[in-house]
Design a protein around this ligand. Structure first.
Ligand code: CTP
Length: 453
């Protein structure tokens, strides 16, 4: 049991709060489902949560003064290093087109009815352990695997349209079905997602992408019309046929590729797979033999990835990594066993620390092309990279001289010439004609080739 919950139970025993505090939301749901308990604890009470938070602080168990949100009747405390959300049972009503609710104190029944899904409405009495199922459906819906709103879905989604995305997230995370009336309401109201902040959409979208079934999540997002609201570019891949080894259109190829990723694949890699072919629809050409080509699609895909991820306010460091992987993904596609070691080294230098992800993306790309993909080339490349790494470090595949030194040596101003000289030195290192730390020879080579002052 969570030690924070234990402490709250102890200090409230014999007080006015005994028997009136209820765990709610994910913690109760996950316990009933036999899933590992979340760190998040939500406690609801009929009464004033702000006063209760102050009570916990007075008793010395809350580690800092409570953070309170009087307008919502909620407070946050930290106990035993864990964040506890305290909520006054409440009813919310919203003026049309406004995200600011009018909040009134209310009964536990009102409180559960304003929540998102029946599976999240079970209340567990903190002292007796009794579980209240006030909607009468919470437990049954958990057992049957159903996502259903506690009240008319239009009302639930009107109160917070982000819940439409949460429905998909819970369905994917638990392998549940969205109940048909709830589903229909999502399809009807999907457009209302537009009033939700991009940051909140991003967080839900990221959770869907990180689930065990991102392909199922994306299909649901597409079928419900939700995806159209925040990443319509992805839909363009649907129905775009391709030839060669491919048996699926670009959209289904992408989903198959995602599906083939190892479970531990991080968000950046998953997003790179999602976007790697988004440039295909607009670069498609068909030659006289009927073969389909997508020349330069990786650059357009990278541009689209940047645009969509910026729109969703992903952090710059994540966007940059996704964009790099997407724009480089064809480099591996071009690999042939005839490549010289220098060519493999050049690829390694360009990919730097992203090499493992770039390989993982290439494998996913292959697995997503047909049910029996040929992996020989990729396996060969991976082995060669491993062999090279036994002998050299990627950092050593660099020019021994930096830009500043090159400018001083040749009396150059900053400009493309500096990069050209640096590339030349880098190639000499990769080809094995120059040691990575041999700055003297590097200087001599530069002067011989590019002339001194
Ligand atoms: N909730 C809601 N509407 C939202 C967000 C949350 O009704 N848009 C309610 C739900 O009852 C939910 C609880 O607040 O169970 C806590 O929300 P949150 O911590 O976001 O989700 P959990 O259900 O606890 O799930 P998770 O395991 O993802 O934390």
């Amino acid at each position: 049991m969570n030690p924070a919950i234990e402490r709250i139970r102890e200090v409230t025993r014999g007080t006015e709060y005994e028997g009136r505090l209820f765990l709610v939301g994910g913690i109760v749901r996950d316990r009933i489902m036999g899933r590992p308990p979340t760190e998040d604890v939500d406690i609801v009470l009929e009464g004033n949560a702000l006063e209760f938070a102050r009570f916990l602080h007075r008793k010395g168990i809350a580690e800092h003064r409570p953070v309170t949100y009087p307008r919502f009747g909620t407070a946050m405390v930290t106990i035993e290093g864990r964040t506890i959300e305290l909520v006054s049972a409440r009813r919310e009503s919203y003026a049309p087109e406004s995200r600011k609710p009018r909040v009134e104190p209310a009964s536990l029944m009102d409180d559960v009815m304003r929540r998102d899904f029946t599976i999240n409405t079970l209340l567990e009495n903190l002292h007796t352990g009794e579980v209240l199922d006030l909607t009468g459906r919470g437990r049954a819906d958990i057992e049957a695997g159903i996502i259903r709103t506690p009240t008319e879905p239009q009302t639930t989604f009107y109160d917070d349209p982000l819940r439409m995305l949460r429905a998909v997230r819970f369905a994917v995370r638990f392998g549940f079905e969205i109940e048909p009336v709830t589903y229909e309401a999502i399809v009807r109201d999907a457009e209302r997602l537009k009033i939700i902040s991009k940051e909140r959409i991003r967080d839900e979208f990221a959770k869907i992408m990180l689930s065990d079934d991102p392909d199922k999540g994306l299909r649901m997002l597409s079928d419900t019309g939700l995806l159209r609201q925040f990443a319509p570019e992805l839909l363009e891949m649907q129905g775009v046929d391709q030839t060669g080894p491919h048996v699926w259109d670009v959209w289904n190829h992408t989903l198959e590729a995602l599906n083939s990723l190892p479970k531990q694949a991080d968000l950046v890699l998953r997003l790179a797979v999602l976007f790697h072919d988004t440039g295909k629809p607009r670069t498609k050409t068909i030659d006289p033999d009927g073969d389909v080509h997508f020349y330069g699609h990786e650059d357009l895909s990278a541009e689209i990835a940047r645009r969509v991820l910026n729109r969703l306010r992903f952090p710059a460091h994540e966007i940059n990594r996704v964009v790099r992987l997407v724009s480089m993904h064809m480099r591996i596609g071009e690999y042939r066993e005839e490549w010289k070691d220098a060519a493999v080294k050049r690829l390694m230098r360009d990919a730097g620390a992203d090499m493992p992800d770039l390989l993982a993306l290439a494998y996913a790309d292959r697995y997503g092309s047909n049910p029996h993909p040929s992996l020989e080339g990729l396996n060969d490349l991976q082995e060669r990279i491993e062999d090279i790494l036994l002998k050299v470090k990627v950092e050593e595949l660099e020019s021994p001289l930096g830009g500043r030194e090159i400018m001083d040596l040749l009396g150059l101003a900053p400009g493309p010439k500096v990069a050209e000289v640096k590339d030349f030195l880098c190639d000499e290192v990769i080809e094995g004609r120059l040691e990575p730390h041999d700055t003297d020879t590097a200087r001599r080579l530069v002067i011989e080739r590019f002339g001194g002052r």
